[in-house]
Structures are given as C-alpha cells and as structure tokens.
Design a binder for this molecule. Structure first.
Ligand SMILES: C[S@@+](CC[C@H](N)C(=O)[O-])C[C@H]1O[C@@H](n2cnc3c(N)ncnc32)[C@H](O)[C@@H]1O
Length: 268
C-alpha cells in the first residue's frame, strides 16, 4: 500500500527528487494522526476514493512546505542548464536563501569564524546549495560535509567539490532521523541555516532542539529569516525559544544580524 502511495505522491515535478524513505516517514506521521483513513485504505486501496485523494493532497502539501517552498520559480530547468555549464555562482542565485545572502556572505563568514575560530571540519545540515558559497568563507584546508534530502542538490555539491578541489562530501540525510545516525563526522562548526521551521513544522521546537543536541559540533550556527514570505519585515524576528534553550542547556550564544536573516552562533 505504502509503495503505491509513495509513487503517486511523487508524481509531481517538484517532488520527484525526494527520497522514498522521507515520503514514507511523512506518510506514517500522517496516518498516525488519521487512523481512520489508514483503516479505510487498508480495507480497500482505491486510487479514485475520496480518502486516497485526500492523503495524496495533504502529504504533498506537507512535503512542499518543508521541501519546495523556498525555491525560486522555474529553478529546476535553469538549474540543469547552469549545472551543465558549471556556473556555480549563478546556481547560488537560483535559490532565494542563497541569493539574498550574496550581498553579505563575506561578512557573515568572517563574523562567524571570528567567534568560532578557523574550523578544520564543517557540517552543513539541510545544506541546500549553501556550500556553493565556499569561496566566501576564505578557508583553505577544511573538510566540508554537506547533507540534504535532495538527491539533485547532493549531486551538484559533489561535482562542485570535485571541480573546485575542495575536500568536501555531500550525502543524503534526513535530519529528522539524525539521532539514529551514528557516523556523522565530528566538526568544530555546524550550519543549520533556515532549517528550524522546516523541522518543527509549526509544532513547538522539540524537534529542532533534539537535532541541535545531536549535532556533533562545538559550535552550531542556526539562522532564521526576518522577512515573511511576502517580503514584509517580521514584527518579532528574535527567537525567544532559542535564547531560552541556550540558557537551559548552558550553551553560550552570540547573535549576528543581517538585513534579512538572524544568525545564532551557539557554543556547546
Ligand atoms: C529553506 S531550505 C534551506 C537551505 C540552506 N540551509 C540555506 O539556508 O541556504 C531547506 C532545505 O532543507 C532540506 N530539507 C528539508 N527537510 C529536510 C530533512 N528532514 N532533512 C534534511 N534536509 C531537509 C531541503 O531539501 C532544502 O534544501
């Protein structure tokens, strides 16, 4: 049953690249909340039924929220062409998060490494294409490990590391499963940029907290947008919960503020 549902859910261009396992977990979460629908589908798996259509629609909406929402339109086609040309700087402009940072990447990394010291190893979690900003980091001998759910992005990143002779490696990782992963490399610094909303899905911040605790790095840099999706300034961009969490866990905290994004540099 799950196999067919997963296949049908992925029948949308923007969801095709998703890992089956990730879709499966989202489906399981959905069925936990909707046991009646699970029972109905268990009795009869009819793709034309009301229940079947409902599951497909609602799980797709969830996946889009965590996965697709932040991408600049038409990106997929452009991305393929830019990738062929190896125009990595232009690829940075295809995602809204990285595009916005182009004006302050240099300063951002300078400020981060002033606090953390020059790292030997960096983890970039839910990295998207952020590692393509490597030249702005001004680092030479660093091991860079990037993880994301998207196969397409992982492929681009590995090619980028190879072309630029960076000691980097990208892989697929579902951060929601991070506590089960034993062999994540240890690092001095980890980036978790614009990920907490994706992880928490509006249900408190326990998931983000568990991920933060499980990251094997001394410093973790968590960022948040300070603009709403429609481009308006948020009224309360500071994240009280992060500040309270750091107090409770006795992490040191530094805040870096840029025009559209707040960065919390936490020291474990
Ligand atoms: C808002 S983007 C942030 C990308 C990058 N950190 C940045 O700020 O430039 C969210 C990213 O998280 C990835 N993602 C979503 N859910 C994830 C999960 N459970 N585990 C790992 N990555 C995930 C998506 O593929 C996407 O690249």
């Amino acid at each position: 049953m799950l196999k067919q549902l997963i296949k049908d859910i992925k029948q949308k261009k923007e969801l095709l690249q998703l890992d089956d396992q990730f879709v499966k977990e989202e489906l399981n979460r959905y069925f936990k909340k909707e046991p009646k629908i699970l029972k109905k589908l268990g009795e009869e798996l009819n793709p034309k039924s009301k229940e079947y259509k409902k599951v497909i629609k609602e799980v797709r909406a969830k996946l889009r929220r965590s996965y697709g929402l932040f991408r600049v339109e038409k990106e997929s086609k452009d991305l393929k062409e830019l990738f062929k040309k190896k125009d990595y700087q232009k690829i940075l402009e295809t995602h809204s998060s990285t595009k916005e940072r182009l004006s302050f990447y240099d300063q951002l990394y300078q400020k981060i490494f002033k606090i953390t010291g020059i790292p030997k190893t960096i983890l970039d979690l839910g990295s998207g294409i952020n590692p393509l900003s490597f030249s702005h980091m001004n680092l030479k001998n660093v091991n860079y490990f990037a993880y994301d759910l998207s196969k397409e992005e992982v492929k681009i990143l590995n090619q980028f590391f190879k072309d630029k002779k960076i000691k980097g490696k990208a892989g697929i990782l579902d951060l929601l499963q991070i506590e089960k992963v034993k062999k994540l490399p240890k690092a001095e610094v980890a980036f978790l940029f614009k990920m907490t909303d994706v992880l928490d899905k509006g249900k408190g911040h326990k998931t983000s907290e568990n991920v933060i605790k499980a990251i094997p790095a001394k410093f973790i840099v968590v960022s948040f947008p300070t603009l709403t999706i429609s481009g308006k300034k948020m009224n309360y961009p500071r994240k009280g919960w992060i500040e309270l969490m750091c107090k409770r866990l006795e992490y040191k905290l530094n805040i870096l503020e840029f025009s559209n994004e707040l960065f919390y540099v936490m020291e474990k």
